[in-house]
Design a protein around this ligand. Structure first.
Ligand SMILES: CC(=O)SCCNC(=O)CCNC(=O)[C@H](O)C(C)(C)COP(=O)(O)OP(=O)(O)OC[C@H]1O[C@@H](n2cnc3c(N)ncnc32)[C@H](O)[C@@H]1OP(=O)(O)O
Length: 432
């Protein structure tokens, strides 16, 4: 590939708020992101609000800038031709364990500069820096399924859109132990982070949320950057009166048929709270359908409904893509529900963490060492496949059948399946 270092300058800077030094650069960067995702132009107020939340999240903004002269009349050189954003949050890796993770987002390359290696350059440099900084994991959500495998990312969790028929056939037999009450949407500015944190600690695959989420759930910032007065909120109170769940939702209007409520955010820290919030949604008068775009695949709702066919869930898709940056650290960080031993030969297209590793689990604790291969490892796999099975949501036996894992010792994929399983369904409620 051609060396582009002479053509583009890569700059990294932290997000800042209006009035702070570097704001113009951050604003141009964010405008370029909006352009890359085909958004209509963001207003200055929207840009300022977004950058405020980015600053709280300590996002690092990376831009590629034309180093030479730009074409006369084209966008000036201070507008990046490519963008790449990162922030760090914890990832629940099962059994309540947390792993700090490099989250990659806002990847765009201007059409007139695409396929010249800019994404490859920004991704490779960023992952190397993160690894050097001691990070063992990176994550992203992908716009297309074909882009990120080449960089060692693998699909590690799924989600689906559900359309739930809430006409007379809707019924959940659960006997409520708590109550649900309507609240002022703004109450979520305070309540949402603590409730989410409880869910985060008990859900494998959960990613810590960025500042923006409580604003979205409360209707303080809609997707267009303005306050969203259509957002309504109901809180769930447990038997002791503590708020342990909420749903934020909007009615889509009388022109939509069937009459539909769309869930903006649904977060419940208890099994009962989850069912009781659904009982509330199913009881909203004049509404015939409730939709939710971030529902789990393995959803208790399906088993709680007296008629599970109330759920139309034709849209299932990959959600979290993980990329292990340091196999020893990532494997040692996990808790394992069974004892066992596996020797893994891991290939890495970026050369960050290739090698053969022995994983020995005893009493749930892992001992992981890099070994010199003596004969075949139990499993041979790319780091993307190892990243896929890491959260227990992707079955190693299936990846073996797909040719993504080579099983050198019969039964080793099944051992991997048992070792990597987690205590409850993997699900990530955080988009970033
Ligand atoms: C985490 C996120 O933010 S997801 C959002 C990703 N962004 C978008 O979808 C916005 C629209 N798309 C774009 O901005 C650009 O086309 C990008 C970012 C996807 C690619 O940027 P480019 O600079 O053109 O990629 P680059 O030239 O570095 O290509 C790197 C490799 O990926 C491949 N590639 C790039 N884009 C795609 C694609 N859409 N589909 C399949 N392969 C792709 C290239 O062929 C190349 O392969 P190789 O190096 O193995 O030969």
């Amino acid at each position: 590939m051609a060396d582009l270092s002479g053509d583009y300058e890569i700059r990294r800077f932290g997000a800042v708020s209006k009035g702070e030094q570097g704001y113009a650069e951050a604003e141009s960067w964010l405008k370029a992101v909006a352009f890359g995702f085909h958004e209509s132009t963001r207003t200055p107020e929207h840009l300022a609000k977004s950058l405020d939340t980015y600053r709280t999240d300590r996002r690092i903004l990376t831009g590629a800038y034309q180093a030479g002269e730009v074409a006369a009349g084209s966008l000036p050189s201070n507008v990046p031709v490519a963008t790449f954003g990162t922030l760090r949050k914890t990832l629940n890796i099962g059994f309540g364990r947390m792993l700090e993770t490099q989250l990659v987002t806002a990847v765009t390359v201007r059409t007139s500069h695409r396929r010249r290696g800019l994404l490859r350059r920004m991704m490779s440099e960023d992952l190397q820096l993160a690894r050097r900084d001691g990070m063992a994991m990176a994550a992203l959500t992908a716009s297309e399924g074909t882009i990120y495998g080449r960089f060692g990312y693998g699909v590690a969790s799924f989600e689906r859109t559900v359309k739930v028929d809430t006409t007379a056939r809707f019924g959940i037999s659960h006997q409520p132990v708590g109550t649900v009450e309507v609240a002022e949407p703004a109450s979520l500015l305070d309540l949402a982070p603590d409730i989410f944190d409880r869910v985060h600690r008990q859900t494998p695959g959960s990613i810590g949320r960025q500042e923006w989420y409580r604003q979205l759930a409360s209707g303080s910032i809609g997707r267009d950057g303005k306050e969203d007065p259509s957002v309504k909120v109901a809180l769930h109170y447990g038997p002791d009166g503590d708020v342990d769940g909420y749903v934020s939702y909007r009615f889509l209007g009388w022109d939509t048929t069937p009459y539909t409520v769309q869930v903006v955010d649904l977060v419940a820290a208890t099994n009962e709270g989850y069912l009781e919030l659904w009982q509330f949604l199913g009881a909203i008068d004049l509404v015939e359908r409730v939709t939710w775009e971030e529902a789990p695949l393995d959803d208790p709702l399906a088993w709680a409904l007296s008629d599970p066919r109330c759920i139309d869930s034709s849209d299932s898709r990959d959600m979290l893509w993980l990329r292990i940056l340091d196999v020893e650290k990532a494997l040692a960080a996990r808790h394992y529900p069974v004892d066992g031993r596996l020797v893994l030969e891991v290939h890495d297209p970026l050369g960050l963490t290739a090698g053969t590793f022995a994983l020995d689990v005893s009493g749930g604790r892992a001992d992981v060492v890099r070994v010199t291969p003596q004969g075949d490892a139990d499993l041979t796999l790319d780091v993307s496949a190892l990243s896929s099975i890491y959260l227990g949501a992707v079955c190693p036996v299936t990846l073996t059948a797909a040719g993504r894992i080579r099983e050198n010792v019969p039964g080793a994929s099944f051992t991997a399946r048992q070792l990597f399983s987690v205590e409850r369904a993997t699900h990530c409620l955080t988009h970033f």
